[in-house]
Design a protein around this ligand. Sequence first.
Ligand code: PEP
Ligand code: CO
Length: 394
Amino acid sequence: MTAPGPTAEKVTAQQPPWPDPDRLEEIRHALSGRPALIPPEEAERLTRRMAAVQRGEAAVLQGGDCAELFADAAPRVVRRKLGQLRELSTAIRTGLGLPVVTMGRIAGQYAKPRSAPYDGLAGGGRLPVYRGDAVNGAAADPRARIPDPDRLLTAYDRAAAVLSTMRDEQMAHDDAERIYASHELLLLPYELPLIRAAADGAGFASSLHFGWIGERTADPEGPHIRLAASIRNPVGVKVGPSATPADLVELARLLNPERRPGRLAFIVRMGADRIGWLLPPLVEAVAETGIPVVWLSDPMHGNTIRSGSGHKTRTLWAIRDEIAAFHRILRDRRQWPGGLHLEMTPEPVTECVAEAGDAGAAAFPRFRSPCDPRLNPEQAAETVHAFTSLLRAG
Ligand code: PEP
Ligand code: CO
């Protein structure tokens, strides 16, 4: 008898079913010859800034679209997103009197892990899921949903365009207020060819400043954690309801063996109904290792519900509740509740609602996200204000 093999989920590790392996190989080769999108010094600088967060001397705001669209690489659209990030981080900074490390889910947030391989259609039948613009198209058309490896090159080009707008926009601002680029480290044929050697010979991901590993690919033995371990950039790992204290201890050892402050963040996304009993043993186990980590709250991904009309939504009530529990649990254990990871947009969308009773069909006249529901500007400001008030009171 052979040893039991890994599960299908582990084998595929959320990698899309690319139909043309030869073309995929050509694209990987092309990406390996492209210039770095981010210089390693900028990623190092972010690590130093995250070290201040780890010491409790700064806070983090990380936010943006669930799925960034190629069409939104236009400078006008990017500037609006940067404006929202700046406004919110200024609100935290003035509210707390502390520096804020600002990161967009931007300039490469083009790939999505999915819970199921198909979307059910209202009239019966099914459609392969949308996996982000770097993979396939969001249109409800079976042809659009076929993964296309050439989209990986477009992702690189659009990320370069967005970063160029970010650099232009940064010129009007102090260096301490820099906005960093972050996305989920998901697509291995995109990320691996873009790993470059830094001056000291260590690998670094040249596609981003900060990368995170999603909840579905955070297996300590999986290829994504191996990827994160091989780069020097600051990295995060999403921590969901299935994470055990032993998992987190192992992840902390694998991802921060040198105990570099600012290198590793745990991004907690448990759900308001579960965080109260799931998070305390995790925080305690990690604290006991003495390995420095930054704790962030993603109050979005554990609180997704399906409205009666079939829209994916989230209530502000659950979001605030999860943030409050996160804050209390960390504070009670003498750890710094370092910041927020939000899905948000500067556009006046109607995707999240105040409370579950508001989730009737009429509540979503402007639901535009091809993936998860985002906070609109007022909702994002309210959420940030709630967090800032808790930190100030604490
Ligand atoms: C996301 O951040 O969009 C996401 C899919 O999160 P998670 O991996 O936590 O589910
Ligand atoms: Co999302």
